[in-house]
Design a protein around this ligand. Structure first.
Ligand SMILES: O=c1ccn([C@@H]2O[C@H](COP(=O)(O)OP(=O)(O)O[C@H]3O[C@H](CO)[C@@H](O)[C@H](O)[C@H]3O)[C@@H](O)[C@H]2O)c(=O)[nH]1
Ligand SMILES: [Mn+2]
Length: 972
């Protein structure tokens, strides 16, 4: 590009709005701005941001406003407070609180726990001091297992002693931030800005319609429009995702006003239109039925468009490619002589305005246009809007429904695909969200961030406000994130594969909330941006309310202890501390520059993490931390300029992913198969607390894998993440941070539970083995039985009490127990082995994206997917266990009936044990055999093989010679 041309271009660019351009660039790549044209012929036109014009608030005006606010605040301090007494009281209503659980329940729960602990202690001591001399190996195995089970129960149970439930008051939030008061005389939205991050990685496994619905639910959420920004990260770099987002925006212009006008819930159209109950209920407006019909029709058309996008793009590309090829043939000199160009052209993927798609092309294998090898892309689909509402107009040709008095603005929306290059580690989802974190810091810099998977939509449009209640209440500035539970649509009523995760989501996380907060579970979580930047919580001198006074004191003491270190090694600002606890950069207190910035030609060189943090620190300083540091950062009130977006492009360059800073101390943590738990762990370790927000109506909903194979792999992934936490050197669960002891126990439990696999496995085989060994001597049988009976009763009572403070039910509980045994013998075991391989041999573990179910069409069997079985190695052990125990039962019966030795009939007790084991595998068997018994071939072959082996073994042992040998047999 010549110099003159560049200047000319620049002048031209200034005149354009950002929304008319796609920005691309990356490491060693020039940052470019591609102007895109509105294609009126094609339904999938590109320009979307400019339909709604925003008025520019002049700097003067903005300043004046600020000043008036400030002077009001000053007045307030000098004036007679009595005049505003009622006002003050009104705005000081608490936003969030702890719900009290009946003391009877709490005390009984703790008492029962102690009783079981004592019982376990007695039993274990007794067993340890009374070895079974007639079969020592059996005794040794079982006592080892029992010790482990006791230990892991303790790890799980201890944090539960402090369970809490919480409540919020969204109307109090409204009173405090959206009604006129002294700090906010005009009653304008004074809520802080929130950014919503949505990650998507594969338009095949994650259907476009699912993502589109998530986006729609975000655009329609009940939160001040100008304080909201939505970012979609597309790790596939796919034109499919891009164009479906363009279409989504178009539909959003109808959908969002419709939702606002009639108070629609939920605001994902797919979920809304699927609802079975009477949709006219609670609807006051007369034009509702008509509006609904029109919007429904529009949605159906939208669905057809989205579903045919792959075909549309393919056809378009074929046509353009053919045209280009022809052009090349007709005019070879223009296109370059070699035939390579022709091949290249015939593979391209084209946008609707007739230009190349800068991301990945449908036909794979193209340099710079393949998965894992493409530039970074940013397109601002919707620019941030003005603070004043824009009302719609009457129903007319252009307007589908009457939107007078309905705010028709849409929040800011950005499409982003980070740069990817071969040879770089892109760190999966953690890398994607970190890219979003950097991009958004430049483009909107909201103080709060909600992360959502592409399949998790906002189910309750007040969800963001619920979360803000915790963040903005007194003491809220020590909250690093508000985690919501994961809830799902479309799970079979039996919840065959325990997809609801009740034990974890409704018991364990609630329990952790009573300590230092739930761990982060990857999605449905509102973060405080500074917590992601590696800051420590504010030093608070006085606290009451949300978290109680006692705990605050504890925290304060710890913070005082750490203060000394911070003065030496960290930067402190307005009570927030920037941790610099690593020796390598302790000297300067600054953050290291990315390694390869020295020879980068991109803008990236000028953008360092320090700059982000610098901006943040300045903001905090200038706002003077006026009691509410949380809302001191706001969304930009002006349209983005070219330079800003160009800057944003440079920070999604792949060099950042290689940088030690990101994912080590800042942002989402790298080097783990699952980034979630360890990211939250880091924050708790810095002294933050988190909050669990379970609302009466689910805040978010997602899809869960409802077939056995996908579920096994999902569990494998989670368990691997846990095991990695256990083996990790940097984030050792034993590390001394500012974490509470019992919170540590909670994390330790998460880190070690996969190890249970070994012991469960032994227990599943034990009855069968003992049956064949003839050594199941009933010496301690009475003790065993008595203990187990009493123990079961206590556990059952504990479970009943748990149903009193969580939404756990006894049926759920049994499902979870079954699931635990199944996962233990399949996914957990594989996870431990994978973890060991990584730890010892450094073997890399690859991530497997959980496929998301496209929404079922009307009339389809909703749970057809439930019985789809795809073979996986994870199934081998559970099948073996089932077969072995079935045979053990058969052999047991045969022996009891026909045996010449009377004492063998006692072995019949072992059969009950086998039966008990089999009961746990019932969901597994059901999933495997299923309704349509399709892929049973492998199951049959494998179980046949195991049966034969076991039978031969049995015959061998039953024969006199075999029996003699066996008397000397010692279990290895
Ligand atoms: O390279 C990647 C891989 C994944 N993702 C996104 O990450 C999310 C979660 O991936 P998925 O395979 O669906 O994981 P699940 O097992 O369904 O999800 C749970 O478990 C994950 C790991 O613990 C968490 O990250 C998720 O938030 C949590 O919902 C999805 O939105 C993906 O699009 C990316 O953006 N880039
Ligand atoms: Mn998921």
């Amino acid at each position: 590009m010549s110099k003159d041309q560049a200047v000319e271009d620049n002048a031209y660019m200034e005149k354009l709005q950002i929304s008319n351009a796609i920005f691309t660039g990356g490491f060693n790549t020039v940052t470019r701005m591609h102007l895109i044209k509105l294609d009126t012929n094609n339904g999938g036109g590109l320009c979307t941001g400019c339909e709604l014009s925003y008025t520019h608030v002049s700097d003067d005006e903005a300043e004046n406003q600020d000043l008036s606010l400030l002077s009001m605040a000053d007045d307030f301090e000098t004036k007679d407070t009595a005049e505003f007494g009622s006002e003050v009281k009104k705005t000081r209503r608490p936003l969030a609180w702890k719900l009290s659980v009946s003391p009877t329940i709490l005390i009984s729960y703790r008492l029962l726990t102690i009783i079981r602990l004592l019982l376990l202690g007695f039993y274990l001591t007794w067993t340890l001091t009374h070895p079974n001399h007639e079969s020592m190996w059996l005794w040794r195995i079982s006592i080892t297992c029992e010790l482990w089970f006791a230990f892991s129960w303790l790890l799980e149970q201890l944090p539960r002693l402090y369970f809490v439930n919480r409540g919020t008051d969204v109307s109090a939030l409204k009173d405090r931030f959206e009604s006129p008061n002294l700090q906010n005389p005009k009653g304008q939205f004074d809520l802080p800005g929130i950014e919503v991050f949505v990650t998507t990685a594969d338009p095949q496994k994650e259907p476009l319609l699912v993502t589109a619905n998530t986006i729609l639910s975000i655009l329609a959420v009940d939160y001040p429009v100008e304080k909201l920004a939505c970012y979609l990260s597309d790790d596939a770099g796919s034109l499919l995702t891009f164009e479906s987002l363009v279409d989504t925006v178009k539909f959003a212009r109808i959908w969002v006003p419709f939702c606002r006008k009639h108070g629609i819930e939920p605001r994902s159209p797919e979920a809304y239109f699927k609802q079975k109950h009477d949709f006219l209920k609670n609807k006051v407006r007369l034009d509702f039925a008509g509006d609904r019909r029109r919007v429904k029709r529009e949605y159906d058309e939208f669905k057809v468009r989205i579903n045919s996008l792959p075909e549309t793009i393919k056809r378009r590309s074929d046509a353009y490619n053919a045209k280009e090829e022809l052009k090349a043939k007709m005019n070879p000199s223009e296109m370059g002589e070699n035939s390579l160009n022709e091949i290249k052209i015939s593979k391209a993927t084209w946008m609707s305005d007739g230009s190349y798609w800068p991301g990945t092309w449908e036909v794979p294998g193209e340099d710079d246009h393949s998965r894992g090898d493409h530039v970074g892309i940013i397109h601002v689909m919707l620019a941030s809007s003005d603070a004043k509402p824009v009302y719609g107009s009457n129903k007319n040709g252009k307007n589908l429904i009457d939107t007078t008095n309905v705010d028709i603005r849409l929040p800011m929306l950005v499409y982003m695909s980070r740069e990817k290059r071969p040879g770089y580690c892109h760190n999966k989802k953690a890398g994607a969200v970190n890219s979003l974190l950097r991009t958004s810091a430049i483009m909107s810099n909201g103080p709060f961030i909600l992360t959502l998977d592409c399949d998790h939509y906002i189910y309750n449009s007040l969800a963001l406000r619920e979360g803000m209640c915790f963040m903005l209440d007194k003491g809220g500035d020590r909250v690093c994130y508000v985690q919501f539970p994961q809830r799902y649509d479309g799970i079979d009523p039996d919840d065959l594969y325990a997809n609801h995760n009740t034990l974890f989501l409704d018991v364990n996380l609630r329990a952790l909330d009573g300590l230092q907060g739930p761990c982060y579970i990857g999605t449905c979580c509102i973060f405080r941006r500074i917590a992601l930047y590696g800051f420590s919580p504010a030093r608070v001198t006085e606290h009451h309310g949300l978290f109680g006074t006692k705990k605050t004191k504890l925290l304060r003491r710890k913070l005082t202890v750490s203060k000394k270190e911070d003065d030496e090694m960290g930067t402190q600002i307005n009570g927030y501390t920037l941790d610099c606890d690593d020796a390598d950069d302790a000297d300067t207190g600054s953050l290291p520059l990315p390694k390869r910035f020295g020879n980068s030609t991109s803008l990236a060189a000028s953008i360092t993490t320090m700059e982000f943090q610098g901006t943040l620190l300045q903001e905090l300083e200038s706002k003077g931390n006026q009691g509410r540091p949380t809302d001191s950062l706001t969304m930009p009130q002006e349209p983005l300029d070219v330079a800003t977006v160009a800057k944003a492009i440079s920070v999604i360059s792949c060099v950042y992913e290689d940088n030690t800073e990101w994912g080590k101390r800042v942002g989402w943590i790298y080097d783990y198969l699952t980034e979630d738990v360890v990211t939250g762990y880091k924050m708790h370790d810095r002294g933050w607390r988190s909050v669990y927000c379970i609302t009466k109506h689910d805040a978010f909903r997602g899809t869960a894998p409802i077939n056995l194979t996908d579920r096994l792999h999902q569990v494998l992934q989670w368990a691997t993440g846990s095991i990695e936490l256990f083996f990790s050197r940097n984030n050792s669960v034993f590390a001394t941070g500012r974490m509470k002891f019992l919170q540590k126990v909670g994390y330790f439990n998460i880190a070690v539970y996969p190890f249970t696999s070994f012991f469960i496995l032994v227990y599943c085989f034990l009855p069968a083995i003992s049956l064949f060994s003839r050594q199941f001597v009933v010496q301690s049988f009475v003790t065993l039985l008595t203990f187990n009976l009493v123990d079961s009763i206590i556990l059952y009572l504990l479970a009943i009490l748990e149903t009193k403070w969580s939404s756990m039910t006894i049926t759920n509980r049994w499902r979870e127990k079954q699931a635990f045994v199944i996962w233990a013998t399949s996914s957990y075991l594989a996870a431990v082995l994978q973890g060991l391989l990584k730890f010892i041999a450094g073997v890399n573990i690859s991530y497997r994206l959980t496929p998301k179910l496209a929404t079922a069409k009307d009339g389809d069997d909703e749970f057809a997917e439930l019985y789809v079985v795809k073979w996986t190695f994870l199934m081998i052990l559970p099948i073996t266990i089932m077969v072995v125990n079935t045979i053990a039962i058969a052999v047991g019966i045969a022996r009891a009936l026909y045996s010449p030795h009377p004492e063998w009939s006692k072995l019949v007790w072992g059969m009950f044990y086998s039966f008990w084991v089999l009961c746990h595998f019932h969901p597994f068997a059901k999933g495997l055999i299923g309704r349509r018994s399709q892929t049973l071939n492998l199951f049959h072959v494998w179980s046949g093989l195991v049966s034969i082996i076991v039978l031969f073994l049995g015959i061998y042992m039953a024969s006199p010679s075999g029996a003699q040998n066996h008397m000397k047999f010692q279990f290895p």
